[in-house]
Ligand binder design. Structure first.
Ligand code: ASP
Ligand code: MG
Length: 468
């Protein structure tokens, strides 16, 4: 059994849909037990979110425009690919229905003047609820029996709106109860990515880019033989090819390496995708919809470690480094704990932590967007220490990048760090802080954002990653 997930650009326009249909056709010829998971058409989730935000700010025109734009966008695809008038009309009614719902939701958001996380999840998940029925209808034009399935029926999550977590036991039951009869009946389920619902049926989403995660969850529930993530590039690269033109596709990655890369900003895979796959040891293939014969990247438990200890370099930008500093911190217990409690209280995600052994400062890196709230929370939580001058300052430095050097076999290979820092030293790039995870699959360093691209290029060249 296979689960195939198609990303937004893979269903971005009519030709892309046709290409997806060919891939599904080819797949079921090899393995008729196939499940499809789809993202919203590219740009749709952004448009939905922008409209809801504008509505909350009192703009009642934007959502009307978006409604029309989305209706046209989906109808153009239906018009080009679905020649059967009855099927097209049914689909048209379905688009109308969902978009009327979108308009009503935005109206109430405008009336309330407030957009809750819960409300945003209902709105932002509508894109998949348009694309899945459309893709199912396109597959049927190729004589592939297909049925759209709303993941709100099968992926049961907690109520952490905006990045909900699946409750795996009940999800497994529901996925199997709903999808297995279809699969056994020769029907290809086309499931909405990204969305789920709480046990009470309230709509949730798994987080931006979460359709990858949906596919892995479903693959795990069905004990699939493989999960395929179909995107618009030839797999996972040694570095972002827009920064390093010589970057090349990695034929294989371990789960750990893929998780590190995804976490540190490689855009091809949602960071949580690996989790359900690891448990069941399901290989994940990252493949290109627009170059389907390319073998892409295979992500498995254990790689044969061809190609050296360093596999890939990635960079994550738009970060702020927070430094909590003071001589009086030495030996005062609990400052670190309270620091990170304050950070957690505003829901900010800490990407990297480092503390000098002199204990005179703690520094950590967070997304720039979270910095003002984090700084406020820290000033409050540590006000006593500031007053007593146990802490001299709490500061945020913007314009920060984390460069992560990833490879499982770095573990136990001496000299990697020396080579990384040698390459940066030669280029005159200043390293602000360093961290290495206990897994030793990753060395990450903090630098000024302006140095980020050059740092990636220099490290890529030092390890000759262009050569394979
Ligand atoms: N459509 C959703 C998003 O843009 C989910 C996805 O594409 O994976 O975040
Ligand atoms: Mg994606």
């Amino acid at each position: 059994m296979r689960v195939l997930k198609f990303g937004g650009t893979s269903v971005g326009h009519a030709e892309a849909f046709a290409q997806v249909a060919s891939i599904v056709e080819r797949t079921i010829a090899e393995d008729p037990q196939t499940v499809v998971v789809t993202s919203a058409m590219s740009g749709v989730t952004n448009a939905l979110i922008a409209a809801a935000r504008a509505a909350a700010a009192g703009d009642e025109q934007k959502y009307r425009d978006v409604r029309t734009e989305l209706l046209v966008k989906h109808q153009v695809v239906a018009g080009q690919l679905i020649s059967d008038g009855v099927a097209r009309a049914a689909l048209g009614r379905l688009f109308e229905e969902r978009l009327v719902m979108f308009e009503r939701l935005c109206q109430s958001i405008a009336i309330l003047g407030e957009l809750t996380k819960r409300g945003l999840d209902v709105v932002s998940g509508l894109g998949e609820r348009l694309s899945a029925p459309l893709l199912a209808a396109v597959l049927r034009t190729r004589n592939i029996p297909a049925e759209a399935v709303d993941a709100g029926e099968i992926i049961v999550t907690d109520d952490h709106f905006g990045s909900a977590n699946p409750l795996m036991d009940i999800t497994r039951e529901r996925v199997r109860a709903r999808l297995l009869p279809l699969i056994e009946g020769g029907i290809v389920p086309v499931v909405t990515g990204f969305v789920g619902a709480t046990q009470d049926g309230i709509a949730t989403t798994l987080g931006r880019g979460g359709s990858d995660y949906s596919a892995a969850i479903i693959g795990s529930c069905l004990d699939a033989d493989r999960v395929e993530i179909w995107t618009d590039v030839d797999g996972v690269f040694t570095a972002d090819p827009r920064i390093v033109p010589e970057a090349r596709t990695l034929p294989q990655l371990s789960y750990t390496e893929a998780a590190e890369l995804a976490y540190f900003g490689a855009k091809v895979l949602h960071p949580k995708t690996i989790l359900p796959a690891i448990e069941k040891d399901i290989p994940i293939h990252v493949l290109n919809t627009f170059n389907p014969d390319h073998p892409g990247t295979r992500i498995v438990r254990q790689t044969d470690n061809q190609g050296g200890s360093v596999k890939a370099i990635t960079a994550i930008k738009d970060l702020t480094m927070i430094t909590v500093e003071g001589r009086g911190m030495i030996g005062v217990p609990g400052i670190a704990a309270r620091t990170f409690q304050a950070v957690a209280s505003v829901g900010a995600n800490v990407l990297m932590i480092s503390q000098s052994s002199s204990e005179q400062n703690i520094c950590f890196v967070i997304p720039k967007a979270d910095a003002p709230r984090v700084l406020n929370a820290l000033h409050e939580a540590l006000s006593h220490e500031l007053e007593r001058q146990h802490i001299d300052s709490i500061q945020g430095q913007d314009g920060i990048v984390i460069v992560a050097v990833v490879g499982s076999a770095m573990k136990g290979t001496p000299g990697i760090a020396a080579k990384v820092f040698g390459a940066l030293g030669e280029a005159g790039i200043n390293v602000i802080a360093i961290a290495q995870g206990a897994s030793e699959a990753n060395i990450s360093l903090v630098a000024a954002q302006g140095d980020g691209d050059e740092a990636v290029r220099r490290i890529h060249a030092a390890f000759e990653l262009d050569k394979g």
